[in-house]
Write a protein that binds this ligand. Sequence first.
Ligand code: ADP
Ligand code: TRP
Length: 332
Amino acid sequence: MFEGKVSLTGIKPTGTPHLGNLLGAIMPVVKMSNLAKKTYVFVADLHALNAVKDIKAIKENSYEVAATYLAMGINMEKTVLFRQSDIPEVPQLSSLLMNVTPKGLMNRAHAYKAAVDKNTEKGEDPDAGINMGLYTYPILMAADILLYKSDVVPVGQDQKQHVEFARDIAGSFNYIYGDILTVPEPVIPPDAASVPGLDGRKMSKSYNNYIPIFTDEKNLKKLIMRIITDSKTPEEPKDPDDSTIFQIYRAFASDAEIAELRAKFEKGGMGYGEAKQILFEKVNACLKEPREKYNHLISHPKEIDEILAAGAAEARVEAKKTLQSVLSAMLG
Ligand code: ADP
Ligand code: TRP
């Protein structure tokens, strides 16, 4: 699916990356970076601006996102890792694409519609508190995708509509100006199951039920011990598929280990405390080495800056070419 392809993905620096982000978004991209011809991965800081006005938070979270990819072993031989805001061609292309993007398409965007629905429910003006950054978010994302001639865009289900919009926008540009933009394909990683959080709902920053990927060992254990379970006694058989402990475990363990823990759940005789201890040991073993790498990078941000600057320089070569062909197609 990825062989010989140019793949691209962005992640917003809007919080400390958690296990849901790791398993649903980061690891699929790390794995794919070994298969694709070239992988563009960027910190989507411009996309954070419509919601976040805290400069320090965006900066810190940007380092955290970049360090996470590096610590998890993304294949840097074939990956271009950069900061979106280092590419001035992104907002330039975005503003040109506005002219081939129907306003009605933006009216249909999930995030915009959700914000309007929330306002309407509260009896407020439908557009209250909605800025143009949120409204035109999909056009900025189309610019990201189209600038580097991406063939495939691996994203979570929540972002699929945005990639489809990028296809629509590329399609209408090409219809008017000729075959210039590469029409991308969204790819939902098949193993990107939704990871539950401490309270059993989807792990998310918005629910404050998350486990940060690189929290220290002690806190990792404390958080895992806090996972909410039902009140079954140790003797009682338990349904693994209904257990947050098991759902997280299966994302880290081998097939044989998963089968073993499943059997323990189903047989009875294992309390939730013991299951949590098994989960902690597994997650900790998998993250121990990357955590050291991550902590090193976070305390040496200059090293991250250098990598991101080299990435931006490389990404801009392709970005300039695309922008140039778009400009001459539109203006001669
Ligand atoms: P959050 O819900 O914490 O705000 P984001 O919406 O910023 O997370 O998600 C960034 C990426 O991580 C998206 O691609 C999303 O699909 C993925 N992701 C987030 N939470 C989970 C989860 N609980 N399980 C699997 N993937 C997730
Ligand atoms: N909108 C994506 C998110 O909220 C982040 C993103 C920005 C992105 N540009 C992208 C993802 C381009 C894939 C391709 O998670």
